[in-house]
Design a protein around this ligand. Structure first.
Ligand SMILES: [Zn+2]
Length: 277
């Protein structure tokens, strides 16, 4: 609502909603970190949340940014990280999803979102969500321009406990429809012996309109969504160690030419309309 103390003014300072990490577009790998940051521009007055709340998982994926940086380094691949909290707007939702702007998150009311109206959602789409979307498209185009269909790796983290149930997995690999990378990655991680890997755990992978849906599945690009338990990557050293572990598992898989095929044409179902490179 216009008179909400949390509504942004039209005089907001310009900013950069996305951090791009340099990497070789010809690597054919694009790393995405949708929930990298708990930043909220000052005029949103922390959406009425306390610093303690904003340091929790409801504001961002703890450790995911450091893990993404480590993977980008080790794979020589470009990465895109958001610079805004998912409490502002969740880029990993379709732009018409009712949970795009959360009014309630894991039991906590988000006061600054309570009265959010369509005009304010549109402002947030323009200012945060769409620039990230455009950056993803541009990075994909840069890869295609080198003649390589990119593999999309989406990096997230999950809480050790959900509604008082401890989660046993160390890592979860999430996928929808196209499992050509997720299945071998689950097997490779499980071969590590001491790692408990969830197949579409702790939750089912894939929402209509989420980032993988919009940018990978809709274009037939190979992809996987990697979730690591937050307590395992909360410290920089631990995130880097997981980066190393994941790269050891991923590297041999990424070389498989299977990942450069358009999934839509390989399944035949939606292939007839595919005109993309
Ligand atoms: Zn996430």
């Amino acid at each position: 609502m216009l008179n909400s103390p949390f509504a942004a003014t039209p005089h907001d300072a310009p900013e950069h909603p996305v951090t791009a990490l340099a990497g070789d577009p010809a690597s054919g790998i694009l790393l995405l970190c949708d929930h990298a940051s708990n930043e909220i521009p000052p005029e949103y007055r922390a959406l009425g949340m306390s610093q303690t709340q904003l340091s929790r998982h409801i504001a961002y994926d703890i450790g995911a940014a450091e893990l993404t940086r480590s993977l980008s380094d080790r794979l020589g691949a470009p990465a895109l990280l958001t610079n805004f909290s998912r409490l502002i707007i969740d880029p990993n939702r379709g732009d018409d999803d009712p949970t795009l702007v959360m009014r309630l998150s894991d039991g906590a009311v988000v006061p600054g979102n309570k009265w959010v109206d369509d005009a304010e959602i549109e402002r947030r789409l323009q200012r945060f969500y769409r620039p990230y979307d455009r950056a993803i498209k541009a990075a994909i185009d840069a890869s295609l321009a080198t003649g390589v269909r990119p593999i999309i790796l989406s990096i997230h983290s999950f809480t050790p406990v959900w509604r008082s149930h401890p989660r046993p997995w160390h890592a979860g690999i999430l996928w929808a429809k196209d499992d050509r990378l997720s299945r071998p990655l689950i097997r490779a991680l499980a071969r590590n012996g001491d790692i408990v890997v969830g197949d579409n755990e702790p939750y089912d992978g894939g929402l209509k309109g989420d980032v993988i849906d919009r940018h990978a599945l809709d274009h037939g690009f190979s992809n996987t969504l990697i979730e690591i338990r937050q307590d395992l990557i909360g410290e920089l050293n631990d995130a880097q160690a997981w980066g190393q572990r994941l790269v050891e598992c991923l590297k041999p898989l990424l070389d498989d030419p299977l990942h450069r095929i358009d999934f839509r044409s390989s399944t035949g179902s939606e292939a007839s309309h595919a005109a993309e490179p």
